[in-house]
Design a protein around this ligand. Structure first.
Ligand code: ADA
Length: 564
């Protein structure tokens, strides 16, 4: 399915379908493979991850996908790869066009024209851990690293001149419905005079400026209506000129931090929801549209207004749905507890962090649902030597987008060094699960104690001048394990745990938001790392991996719906 933006004047080929497939073990350098020498023995769906399918379940190696496409000869192409993993390389007509060491990132690649109408597209993917090849994904991550084409692949036939890369739309004045539209051309200076229309009605810009390949127009939306979770009104902007046209969807809304509150369209809102992985045992991270919609319906049914997209850039179709269904989103770039890679100032790691973070902001800029940008989940924010990376990523985000709040999830709340750089302080904490005192027979007592201690510590460090989000908190429960003692791993313990958390946080002025860990159970570590993860799953979902609700579902629903 093609998510926004749309390009009505271009021939656009959605290549989702079933492709030829080959699996190879022990390839030294997958980027040096010659696609012509391969024997394609299988057929595989795209999007899809080969290691979630029966023939290759749990295997690690190189998965090669091939398809053919008919395009107009002598036409440049633009490939839009919306998410791959863990590493990938793109070959067109046998030539290596681009390596992609950015798992989950939406990447576009310009493809040189050819006299041939029939083009061969090969995507080599690899799911082996390799600090050189794919430093952004490590064995320590508490979610399974899959191999394959996670999301849609789309080929655009580009116009000879005036190809538009994107338009970034931001709200300048909510009441008046005034927006700024920054039109970015792909390869040439912005000398064009495009025309603008909103919701099909032609609009004359109030102002136009040009700089390099960018044209910026200020526009007044006719019949403006604000976007909010209660009323997710969306507008369509069309920019057309010469041979190209872009149609982008946007919402009129503002978000800001004022004291301890987050204000949406000028009104305080408490964010209540879950951290969510894009995960399913049979699809890995390549979720079908029906699953995305079902997940959102379940979240809505619990009264959530908020999802933390942990821990990577989100599927654009999911963000389209969040726009339509009024779900607020924290989107973050890929990172999980990597302290060493950063501490050793691995330059490639740092460059890739910045690249993927910038790409995320550019790709999701026009989704009104996204209100928070995050990065580097639990990545040693208490370590002095990492300061440079935190500063660099925050600066990169603010340079790309000054209109949203910036945060990161810290698991070192008492020693964190970079909270003051962010608009929002976000803390991951598991009192009463990963207990301070493992002999305490009433571990739930630790929850109120820890919440008080956190608030006090932030206030002593003058960090209570900004919003605080509890960005993770939760307990594991094995679906169906109901037991009168309601100890750890039972549905009963999880339900009491989340009740205790919600009773403290929901409606409290001290907390601007809560993202419970987590929406659904997810596959995690292979091997002995899974010893604290029964079934090799992270079982803290409020629904299991097949979305069957646990006892806590009704508990949280009851507490959230009183509020939202
Ligand atoms: C961390 C991490 C999550 C998950 C969680 C847990 O806070 O950010 O991804 O691993 O712990 O379940 O322990």
């Amino acid at each position: 399915m093609i998510s926004f933006p749309h390009f009505p004047k271009r021939k656009v080929h959605c290549l989702d379908g079933v492709w030829d497939f080959a699996f190879l073990e022990d390839v030294d350098s997958p980027a040096s493979l010659s696609p012509a020498s391969l024997e394609f023995t299988h057929r595989m769906p795209v999007p899809g991850v080969f290691d979630a399918y029966p023939d290759f379940a749990g295997r690690r190696g190189t998965g090669v996908y091939r398809t053919f496409i008919s395009v107009a000869p002598n036409t440049k192409g633009l490939l839009n790869l919306q998410g791959l993993g863990m590493w990938a390389a793109v070959f067109v007509d046998g030539e290596l066009i681009r390596e992609i060491p950015l798992p989950y990132s939406g990447v576009t690649v310009v493809v040189p024209a050819s006299a041939q109408a029939r083009r061969e597209l090969v995507i080599v993917t690899d799911n082996r851990f390799d600090a050189e090849r794919v430093p952004l994904f490590e064995t320590i991550f508490d979610f399974y690293g899959y191999g394959g084409v996670y999301r849609s692949v789309i080929w655009h036939e580009l116009p000879a001149v005036g190809a538009i890369e994107r338009v970034r739309i931001s709200t300048l004045d909510l009441k008046q419905g005034r927006v700024r539209a920054r039109v970015e051309y792909l390869q040439e200076p912005a000398t064009q005079n495009p025309s603008f229309a909103v919701d099909g009605e032609p609009v004359e810009p109030v102002e136009i400026t040009r700089e390099g390949n960018t044209l910026t127009a200020v526009l007044d939306v006719p019949d403006p209506a604000c976007w909010s979770p209660a009323s997710p009104h969306l507008h369509l902007l069309t920019v057309s000129g010469g041979e190209d046209e872009i149609v982008e969807r946007f919402g009129l809304r503002t978000v800001e931090a004022k004291g301890k509150r987050i204000l949406l369209n000028g009104e305080p809102i408490q964010l209540l929801g879950f951290c969510r992985h894009e995960a399913h045992p049979q699809h890995g991270p390549a979720l079908p549209m029906s699953q995305l919609a079902q997940d959102l319906q379940l979240l809505k049914a619990m009264g959530c207004n908020f999802v933390r997209g942990s821990h990577y850039p989100q599927d654009p179709r999911f963000l389209d749905l969040c726009d339509e269904m009024g779900m607020l989103v924290w989107e973050e770039s890929l990172g999980w507890g990597q302290v060493d890679a950063v501490a050793h100032s691995a330059p490639r790691f740092i460059d890739l962090q910045e690249q993927q973070t910038r790409l995320m902001v550019r790709n999701s800029y026009n989704h009104p649902c996204v209100i928070l940008w995050g990065f580097l989940n639990e990545c040693g924010s208490h370590r002095k030597e990492l300061a440079g990376l935190y500063e660099r990523l925050i600066a990169a985000i603010r340079e790309e987008d000054a209109g949203r709040l910036v945060t990161y999830a810290s698991n070192h709340p008492y020693e964190d060094l970079h909270f003051s750089l962010c608009d929002v302080v976000s803390i991951n904490t598991y009192p009463g699960w990963y207990a301070h005192d493992i002999d305490n027979p009433n571990p739930l007592q630790e929850i109120p104690r820890e919440m008080n201690k956190l608030c006090q510590s932030l206030s002593e460090r003058n960090l209570d001048d900004r919003p605080l989000i509890i960005s993770e908190i939760g307990a594991g429960a094995i679906y169906g394990w109901r037991d009168p003692c309601a100890f750890h791993w039972s549905e009963g313990y999880q339900s009491e745990y989340l009740k205790t958390v919600c009773e403290i946080i929901v409606g409290s002025e001290d907390f601007a938001g809560l993202a419970l860990w987590q929406f659904c159970d997810i596959r995690t570590y292979p091997g002995a790392r899974a010893l604290t993860r029964p079934r090799a799953f992270n079982n803290k979902g409020i629904v299991d991996e097949y979305r069957r609700p646990k006892l806590a579902f009704e508990t949280v629903k009851d507490l959230f719906t009183r509020q939202t």
